[in-house]
Design a protein around this ligand. Structure first.
Ligand code: BMA
Length: 860
């Protein structure tokens, strides 16, 4: 139970059915077409068992999987996420493990001319033997390993055995062999997900295992290595595309290539070819007339052409692969301008402001993430009006389903290569390993037309130039020069070379951020990670001054929902700060930093529930301010990706949604502030300014109303005028001096409300208090509610006898998604909130809590 995750509601079921159809075709290209496929695949996912190296206690293993989850499923370890169990489970990562299986081979398989053993992913240092013959030494989690193994197979039972060497122990050996200190962490000698070694939001579980499918692939004459599609040009009338088929042939044979639009059955191209022994490449051009373009979420349709690529040989063998493909033009524009040098995405010739977040792996044990978890997280991003996710370099290159869902739902992907917060070796063996990894991953992912760019690493350049590594690690000038040469070799030479060769239409950025957050240039060019707030303890208002060209990281922590805390501690541990709470906070000064910002708001939580609520309120306030600051200065700033979208376990972190899908207050705020139009209200340096920002591709007419409203509901109108929002633009609509605004009122009892109503009746509204949260003089409010069952949950109808600020609904013991939360409730108003839940009415009633800000203030 502990390792499973709860998902959000959505249009999931329908798309899952569709998606599983797609994946079948995509993953099993050679087996599903007719009786005579080009190749055949035999899964080797069964009968696995595992043992600690040197011991003979074998237990059943699940493949794909990881040693930690196998130990857990065999009841050999307690739940790794519970309490402080992580500490006592470190031995697993320091131990070598052996996995083995037996499988049957019949004579017909051995008649094939080639039989390959394929591992789509081995984590990480693996010595593979087949029937006691060593056939592979793997050392990269991110590569696919394919070994021609026919000579080692025999009819009947075969034994496949893999010894996984501890990646932690290996780090020690490799570091000594390297001969000079390498800054960063224990991940930097290995090609393994960095976050497995512990991060400031994640536990340290140094996993090992067969983490992706393993199978035998047998073929006689030809094997399709790759199909690559690119869009060469697009006009309204026509899109010209090119597909390249790469086929390995054992003999010469005639064949035909075809491209079909599966959506309407139309054949787009066909050609007769002759396959020659060796590796063959064929380019097949085709056009789509009156193409329907692919747009990001919020800007239009996410039209995907279901393209089918077919090869038929003269001897009647067939191969077919289906690729959902979006036709669009996409440029990452970096050019000199009045502010410095730009960084923005131009989609179908339109500069598009990127609204999104940084994505990390969804679980410490990646094989635990199910298709429905991918669907749930993408649903959440889409519901939050995002149009970009950054796949952060300390995690993994994700499964196809992730990119496929992003594509289908209009999310561009900023893709880091998997390097983070460290310097890496630059010797030949390491560089060659990275080259193979990069070629494999770029080729695997390049047909996903929603990938916007490739980025070399996360914060390696920044670390080298700004984190005092040379000084604190006492690195000699000679070693420094070697380390920097190694850096340049990988990030300035190898990776851009691979992108240029295998995915030439995509932009490569060597690192993110381009400059450290303390440097002036960071505001003028490139992507920026602004950590002056949080790491630098600067006030949130600093976000207003430190607005870069593209903000690819910034963030603030908050606690997860109580039900998520319950995943790792019992109610009797619900005090600040119990040991389990400390074990589930990975930032060195995390709770202290949160408390520092809470004190600035005059907030002093004393219980866990108070800390949850108040940390979430302050996180939403701070990050909300940053989003407004970024959007309102567009086009100078053209992107905002907050840190971080999600978690990999139950933890207090920067995420806006916890590992169980419970939205923190920030997720609701993000949904509002990433809408296609926002009304931004910011008070700063004695003036209050209102901006209207529209991402729409057509002008929008409406009326802007700005008022001061007191907690009794009385309003003083400040502004009420028709206004036309121009296309894709930020408009400064209103300014008033703060002192004037506050002249005859008690700011602790008033808020500013700015509301834009379009002529078609849509309402965009922003309300801002004039005092810090802890200083508000809120009335005592009695909130009444009724619960009504629906098919998939409950409707909660709420009313209040007085103004209730930031009303929160939560279930004390269950994960839940409310369609709205942390909203203001005014007397006379009825608010209906939906909560998806499978609890019985009685359970739901007993678990539901409703409270508001006043309940958490000292003066209540
Ligand atoms: C950024 C990220 C992560 C980290 C986060 C919060 O630098 O790239 O390395 O988790 O900050 O500290």
């Amino acid at each position: 139970m502990i390792l499973s995750k709860k998902s959000l509601p959505g249009k999931r079921e329908r798309s899952m059915i569709w998606l599983s159809r797609f994946l079948l075709i995509f993953i099993l290209p050679a087996c599903n077409i007719n009786d005579a496929p080009l190749g055949e695949r035999f899964e080797l996912m069964h009968n696995w068992e595992f043992s600690q190296s040197g011991q003979e206690e074998w237990n059943p293993a699940i493949v794909p999987g990881t040693v930690h989850t196998d130990l857990l499923k065999n009841n050999q370890i307690p739940d790794p996420f519970y309490g402080c169990n992580e500490k006592n489970l470190q031995w697993i990562g320091q131990t070598d493990w052996v996995y083995r299986t037996t499988f049957q081979v019949d004579a017909s398989l051995l008649e094939k001319s080639k039989v390959n053993l394929v591992f789509e992913g081995l984590d990480t240092y693996a010595v593979v033997s087949l029937n006691d013959n060593k056939i592979l030494e793997a050392n990269n989690m991110f590569r696919k390993w394919e070994i021609n193994c026919k000579e080692f197979l025999k009819e009947g039972g075969n034994v496949l055995e893999i010894i996984f060497e501890s990646a932690e122990n290996r780090f020690l050996q490799d570091s000594i062999a390297l001969g000079y200190p390498l800054p960063g962490g224990r991940w930097n000698q290995s090609r393994k997900a960095a976050y497995h070694f512990g991060w400031d939001w994640g536990p340290k579980f140094v996993t090992a295992g067969i983490w992706k499918p393993v199978y035998l692939e047998a073929w006689d004459s030809h094997k399709v290595e790759d199909i690559h599609v690119v869009t060469k040009s697009v006009t309204n009338q026509k899109a010209d595309l090119q597909s390249t088929f790469t086929v390995e042939s054992a003999r010469a044979e005639n064949a035909s290539l075809r491209v079909i639009n599966a959506g309407n059955g139309q054949q787009l191209a066909a050609e007769e070819i002759k396959l020659e022994p060796g590796v063959n490449e064929y380019a097949l051009d085709f056009s789509i007339i009156n193409p329907i373009l692919w747009w990001t979420n919020g800007l239009g349709e996410q039209h995907l052409y279901e393209l089918e690529f077919v090869i038929e040989t003269a001897s009647g063998k067939t191969f077919e692969q289906s690729i959902p493909y979006g036709i669009r033009t996409l440029e990452v524009v970096t050019e000199d301008d009045e502010f410095g040098n730009s960084l923005y995405v131009k989609l179908n010739n339109v500069p598009v402001f990127m609204k999104g977040a940084n994505y990390i792996p969804q679980h410490s044990f990646v094989t635990e993430v199910q298709d429905e978890d991918y669907q749930a997280i993408i649903d959440m991003a889409v519901a939050s009006n995002m149009n970009m996710l950054r796949v952060w370099g300390g995690g993994i290159y994700e499964k196809d389903i992730f990119y496929e869902l992003c594509n289908r739902h209009g999310l561009l992907v900023w893709h880091d290569f998997m390097f983070a917060c460290a310097m890496y070796p630059g010797h030949n063996a390491f560089v060659e390993n990275v080259r193979q990894e990069a070629i494999y991953q770029v080729k695997r992912l390049r047909n996903h037309s929603n990938i916007a760019l490739w980025c070399g690493n996360n914060e390696a350049d920044e670390g080298w130039h700004n984190w005092q590594w040379q000084r604190t690690l006492d690195i000699s000038p000679k070693d420094s020069a070697t380390i920097w040469e190694g850096y340049k070799r990988v990030f300035h030479d190898l990776l851009p070379g691979v992108v240029n060769k295998y995915d030439p239409q995509r932009t490569y950025l060597s690192t993110s951020p381009m400059h450290g957050w303390g440097r002036e240039e960071s505001l003028k060019e490139g992507s920026a990670h602004y950590w002056g707030v949080w790491w630098g303890l600067q006030p949130f208002e600093m976000y207003l001054e430190k607005v870069p060209r593209f903000m690819s990281e910034y963030g603030f922590q908050a606690m997860p929902a109580l039900a998520t805390i319950r995943q790792f501690q019992e109610p009797e541990d619900d005090f600040l700060f119990s040991d389990p709470l400390k074990c589930h906070q990975k930032h060195p000064t995390g709770y202290h930093t949160i408390s520092t910002y809470l004190e600035r708001e005059n907030l002093y939580p004393e219980s866990v529930q108070e800390f949850i609520y108040l940390s979430q309120m302050v996180q939403a306030k701070g990050i909300g301010l940053a989003i407004e600051a970024h959007r309102r200065v567009m086009p100078r700033c053209m992107g905002t990706l907050y840190w971080q979208l999600n978690d990999c376990w139950p933890v207090t972190s920067w995420s806006a949604t916890d590992v169980n899908g419970n939205w923190k207050a920030l997720q609701y705020k993000v949904r509002d502030l990433y809408d296609d139009i926002i009304v931004s209200v910011i008070e700063h340096q004695d003036s209050l300014k209102v901006f209207l920002v529209s991402d729409r591709l057509e002008p929008t007419s409406g009326n802007l109303y700005i008022s001061l409203v007191n907690f009794e509901g009385q309003a003083q109108v400040q502004f009420s005028e028709p206004i036309v929002l121009e296309t894709n633009k930020s408009t400064h609509a209103f300014t008033v001096s703060s002192s004037e605004l506050r002249e005859n009122i008690n700011p602790a009892e008033w808020l500013v409300r700015a509301r834009f109503e379009t002529l078609s009746g849509e309402i965009y509204q922003n309300e801002k208090f004039l005092e810090t949260l802890g200083n508000l003089n809120l009335p005592l409010a009695l909130i009444d509610y009724e619960i009504q069952s629906t098919e998939d949950g409950y409707l909660i109808k709420l009313t209040s006898n007085a103004f209730a600020a930031h009303v929160q609904l939560y279930l004390s013991d269950s994960h839940a998604w409310f369609d709205d939360n942390f909203f203001h409730l005014w007397p006379g108003e009825e608010k209906v909130v939906f909560c998806n839940s499978t609890l019985s009415l009685m359970e739901f009633e007993s678990q539901l809590n409703v409270c508001s800000l006043r309940d958490y203030l000292m003066n209540n």
